[in-house]
Ligand binder design. Sequence first.
Ligand code: PLP
Length: 384
Amino acid sequence: MRPTHSELLTPLEEFTQLHWATVRRFGRRTVDLAFPNPQFLTDPRPYEVLASLASRAGPLDLRYSPFGGFTPVRRRLAGALAKQHSLPYTWNDIIMTPGATAGLRVVLRTVFASGDHVILISPCWMDYPLYLTDLGLSYTLVPSTRDKHLDPDAIEEAWTPGTRGVIISQPASPTGVIHDHTELQRLAAVLEGHARARSPLLIADEAHAHQVWDNTSCPSPAAYYAHTFTVRSFGKAWEMQGQRTGCLAVSPRLEPRSETTTALLRQMRIGGHCAPTALTQQLAAALCETAPYLKGLADLHRHARQHLHAAGVTVLDTHATRFLYARCPRADDRAFVSQLADRGVLVMPSSLFHERGWFRIALNLAGSDLDRAITTIGEECAHA
Ligand SMILES: Cc1ncc(COP(=O)(O)O)c(C=O)c1O
């Protein structure tokens, strides 16, 4: 697939217009469950640590950092990731990026060449196709299964002689589905089956990896396939997305390892991607061994899911991310989302995630505002 920039951007821009228009029209009465911007804190600790770091900071703490980030920060993160992935990361394997967004863009630009083909799994994060198109890469959107898990047979079928890699998210965004051991093992087998002079690459977007609850296992794709790049974001779990802090991790099993890291660092500079701010790098180091409190979010998920079910809305049963992924009662998910916006409730249509017929709810609110929104969603589903 090679759509134009405009074909990819127009639906995103139209949704942003709808969002603005709705907020202008309903003001404080808007129930905004569209972009993941929580309006309350489930875990105050990251804010407390940030305030403490800021209050103690002197000019040297806030100095320029090298591309890739401060070495002690990279070392702390490598240690934490080594435990989570059971892989021997060293500081050199970690590159600090201003959010997962920059990490994705940098890795795609570095490891693929114009004309390469990449496999995406739909639904997927909205901007993957945009980055691939901008870099002159073609892609195929391979649908996930009915319950939104990976379909390794379909991935195999979509493989072409020009395919150089696959992008997945774990836990999956926008669905919140967690890919299990068997799925990842089968995906790794597909990738290994296509190893020739060069091994295909796996980009594992773990932007939501810190938001998994109920002791649910969330295996890391890097533990299954050697040639994996992991992308992380800290903003979601810390509830400060606007601070744009993330990292890129090169698997210690990737060949060639240090040349690849050098190429990624060079691309950070060429692309004008600085490291995250000095303060949020320090925050990343301070919090890297701290699991966020997720009980509030888990309870909110259960509450919202139960009420949506009772209102006749089909919602995926998941244990991760701030999102609920719900079946749209109309084939035209954008029209349905506009209908809800007309009543002051903002959610995102799945066509922005490259799949039709669903919508995504970000649990940004609790209490009576959320309950009112669920009632409205239920009524609109019943009337559709
Ligand atoms: C799967 C996925 N990847 C990447 C991003 C971008 O992350 P960041 O805000 O850290 O740039 C998001 C944001 O929602 C996401 O859901």
